[in-house]
Design a protein around this ligand. Sequence first.
Ligand code: C5P
Length: 338
Amino acid sequence: MRYGRTRPGDMFIASSAVVMAEFVKLLASLLLVFKQEGSLQHCFMALYTQIWQQKVDTLKVCVPSFIYLVQNNLLYVSASNLDAATYQVTYQMKILTTAIFAVLILRKQLRGTQWVSLVLLTVGVALVQLSSSDKGTTSTDAGQNRLLGCLAAIAACCCSGFAGIYFEKILKGSDVSVWVRNVQLSFLSIPLGVITSFFNDYSTITEKGFLFGYDAYVWYLVVLNAVGGLLVAMVVKYADNILKGFATSLAIVISTVSSVFMFGFVITFQFVVGAALVIGSIFLYSHEPKKPAANPMGNPKDHGDHHKLCLSGRQQHVPSVELTLKRNAVSHTKKSGY
Ligand code: C5P
């Protein structure tokens, strides 16, 4: 994203790239619903009953759909004004916002170490921000507004936290599949995105066209963002906090190394300390103290497992559900004598 917004030549309209990514996600989600249902007829029926016949439910998806749209536009603003590594580290503040919304909306409880890790995360991001505001961190700072980039990233973090938790609540509160949910998201975000795009960039669009400045690289960016979005949807559904934690910290490392080669980014000691604090806080957040060996007869207190919080505030249903099922199977086996 950073390279796309800073390279020389015709500059594409960021809001149009957001709409096109939504469009690619819609096509991919429709294909996945088709694969899930097995035939075109079942696919139409699933979409008709779960989207058209449940209008109130579809309207509920408007909220994360709109917020994700704002977030995706803000991320372009941030990537245009901050160097890639600083942008990536600052965006990790979404762990903090997700945790806050999980506590407020889902009434989750955080362990003491998780609160400590959130403080470390904030300190780490602050250090990285301050280190990059020193001179000489990047060679392409001209004409950019660091404060705007930083504020856009923080606003995107708020959007990410709220939309992520809200989407999780909707997804886990019903048996509608994640791909049907994504079709719902795209149905709403595409028209909203087109309106936002015309509102923001009316003169450029009417003068030069909606797809002005698109070349293979911009299409690659569009597909990359769309695939990233679909992966987030899968993370909400299948992955656990440790996996997402590894992925997030890896993203910081990859962004930093790429920035050194692509933009001449200079890694300062303060940046290293800040990034290490951010990565460390991610691991601390997802670290769970070892529990005593499971009692095969089951302990009603263990149902508290359901309240474990994932890295981004998402619940780890699968392991605890599996554990509960295994315990039930064991106690059933004992009762029935098999
Ligand atoms: O985790 P994070 O907030 O950074 O990721 C949000 C991204 O994932 C946004 O681009 C959003 O449009 C996308 N997303 C999606 N489908 C979902 C949830 C999020 O495409 N079900």
